[in-house]
Write a protein that binds this ligand. Sequence first.
Ligand SMILES: C[S@@+](CC[C@H](N)C(=O)[O-])C[C@H]1O[C@@H](n2cnc3c(N)ncnc32)[C@H](O)[C@@H]1O
Length: 337
Amino acid sequence: MTLPRLAHALETGALELPKDARLVFLEPTDEFDVSDFDVGDIEVQQNDKPSFDRFEQIGARVAVHVDGPADFVHVSLPRSRDLARGLIAQANDIAKGGVVLVDGAKTDGIDATLKAVKARTDIVGQLSKAHGKLFWFTASDAFADWTLAAPAPVKEGWITQPGVFSADGPDAGSKALVDALPASLKGDGADLGGGWGFLTKFLLALPKVAHVDLVEADHRALSCAKCNLDDPRVSFHWADATVWGAAASLDWVVSNPPFHTSRTPDASIGQAFITSAARLLKPKGQLIIVANRHLPYETTLADSFVQVQELDGDTRFKILHAEQPKSRDRAMRRKRR
Ligand SMILES: C[S@@+](CC[C@H](N)C(=O)[O-])C[C@H]1O[C@@H](n2cnc3c(N)ncnc32)[C@H](O)[C@@H]1O
């Protein structure tokens, strides 16, 4: 059993799952393993593409949205409070008279969530383990007003949704990157980790840019990007940028790469974006990224490109420009998804 708190609840008998129970897992963490459960029917909702692919590989039935019905719905608490509430409202809807389980780390706000849920319904069981809590209660319609808001305009008219990166409006790092974009950028390129479309909007405004592939793992963010970018020169890809393959080699890649995997700070994801960009580019192609100043990307850039320079920056951010990917076998290693 891999979800440690749920495992503990089942092992100690605090919670029992009948063999014919229908289970739904809403956006579980990567600890989830379908083979841990000896029950009739399991469905998984997953919004994040790399996790979606991983769960599918281990034999889970996965969808971007699950309607149920189910007897037990397990919610893995995300960091965003509004998204967490949205998933809890959805779980109550799906479970209808069944059981909703909410499972999360202290650092993701499980204590505040427990308090807010307790104010609306009786908690049937709870336990603490692995720096977090699992609690459960009978599903009801007491959470209907927590339903996740649809994509809607925020600052400057940008359309976003709770839970996506920089949901309140443009990110300061991305703004710094936009200010440094060379007007000479031309041809076909990609915005890796394009989020809800901020960078792509400015890329399309450059006079010589012909086409942008916006590659994004967060399905909700990609839906927002489609609302923000009504332009035939964009292709939208719900994909893992570290393995995504373009239809043809690209002239340029621009990115504000992620700096955490799941909930943990992790520079290796940004480094994987850099090696992926090198694989996707033409021999004379160029990569422009923005990063928080402390992030260690220079070695990966030097390993992957002939020329690397800092285009712009301040004490908080650096804009890095790399040209001529070193990979000789780009075409062979180009992966198509
Ligand atoms: C720092 S944010 C930048 C978002 C957007 N470009 C902007 O400027 O607002 C990084 C983005 O990468 C996405 N992301 C994380 N891991 C990814 C992956 N493996 N493949 C594609 N996108 C990913 C995140 O969901 C997030 O939207």
